[in-house]
Design a protein around this ligand. Structure first.
Ligand SMILES: *Cc1c(COP(=O)(O)O)cnc(C)c1O
Length: 368
């Protein structure tokens, strides 16, 4: 048996006809950037995410960046970010001229630990960026309380967690303004790059709508130093089709996770994902932890099972962040997770037999 880390086969077969039709419709419409398909998808995604406004943009990084820009985050400001996240969360902060201030996660859930946030707040702190990592929603009640108490903005990085929630409220609907990514491998993926911003505040929605399109409300009249961070009609049309299946595909991911939870119980030193009280998890990734990570990954690879490491190097130890002068040991929990985490296959269509084979192979690794 060969199990790829990610397969689009089941998803693509299900939607192929509709996608080809959507391509033909957009092609024949001869209108390719920001149009009626974008408006339609924005309404649908806002409704799915239970927010008033959604603004489609070019990708997740740009969605984060524009969200921060809309809040006037810039040079001299600090933004609190998780020490363990994909580097995009940090880069969005850096691009505004502000400084990302890392805060360690809870080692069990691997999401930012609210208990560590307050000691990172200074007079320069402007916002907190919780990242719902791997698909699990952060402890948004505590994070929102800290933000309110300290008069800070909240910008959620919802790139990995479309459809997740905390106490029944959707990820991407807590913060002042929030960002998500439709990179192909995300739970809701485009056929190329795309992203979106979600908010309940009209002013912020209007602001990013202008910023994404050259700072212009009326063509050739520019109110702000804007950007070209627009979303294509094609991607919006494709995303509308895929959005209809997202809840179903999420349930499949959660079913696969339940198989893994059960089948991996008691094997070696394996730790399976821990879900916090009140949070839901949409399993963008199913991340296990073991001290024998590297040899387990090799063993799985030799047995035809694809895995990845999310992420091998935390942002503070990346060469790109030399300028912040962090060193090994500064964020121990993030470093420990980087050394021990392993993502095993989870994608809509993965069968019980495939999940079982992966777990049997892991068992063979540990118990011969
Ligand atoms: C994918 C991702 C992003 C960036 O999204 P792109 O569309 O690739 O720019 C940001 N944050 C997190 C946590 C992500 O996983």
């Amino acid at each position: 048996m060969k199990i790829p880390f990610l397969s689009f086969d089941t998803i693509n077969n299900r939607i192929r006809k509709d996608m080809v039709k959507a391509f033909e419709d957009v092609f024949d419409s001869k209108w390719y950037v920001l149009g009626e398909n974008v408006e339609k998808f924005e309404k649908e995604y806002a409704s799915f995410n239970r927010v008033k406004y959604c603004v489609g943009v070019s990708n997740g990084l740009d969605a984060l960046f524009l969200s921060l820009k809309a809040l006037n985050v810039g040079p001299g400001d600090e933004v609190i970010v998780p020490s363990n996240t994909y580097i995009a969360s940090w880069l969005a902060v850096s691009y505004t001229g502000a400084i990302p201030i890392p805060v360690e996660p809870d080692e069990a859930t691997m999401n930012i630990n609210p208990a560590f946030i307050e000691s990172a707040i200074t007079s320069r702190t402007k916002a907190i960026m919780p990242v719902h990592l791997y698909g699990q929603c952060c402890l948004m009640d505590e994070i929102m309380d800290i933000a309110t108490k300290n008069k800070l903005f909240v910008v959620e990085d919802n790139a990995q967690s479309q459809g997740a929630s905390f106490m029944g409220k959707s990820a991407g609907s807590f913060g002042d303004i929030n960002a998500t990514s439709f990179y192909p491998g995300k739970n809701l993926g485009a056929i190329g790059d795309a992203g979106a911003i979600t908010t309940n505040t009209k002013d912020l929605s209007d602001k990013v709508t202008i910023l994404r399109n050259y700072g212009s409300k009326m063509k050739y009249y520019n109110e702000e130093l804007g950007f070209n961070m627009r979303i294509d009609e094609l991607q919006a049309a494709f995303l509308s089709i895929k959005l209809e299946f997202l809840e179903f595909w999420t349930k499949e991911r959660q079913q696969i996770a339940r198989w893994y939870d059960e089948l991996l119980m008691g094997i070696g030193d394996i730790k399976v994902p821990v879900i916090a009280q009140g949070a839901s998890h949409v399993y963008h990734l199913y991340v296990i932890r073991t001290e024998k990570r590297n040899s387990l990954q090799n063993f799985l690879n030799k047995n035809g099972i694809g895995t990845l490491i999310h992420y091998p190097v935390p942002p503070h130890l990346q060469k790109a962040y030399d300028t912040l002068h962090y060193k090994k040991g500064d964020f121990c929990i993030a470093e420990k997770i980087a050394d021990t985490c392993l993502s095993i296959p989870v994608w809509p269509g993965l069968s019980f037999a495939e999940a079982e084979f992966t777990c049997e192979t892991i068992k063979n690794f540990f118990h011969g």
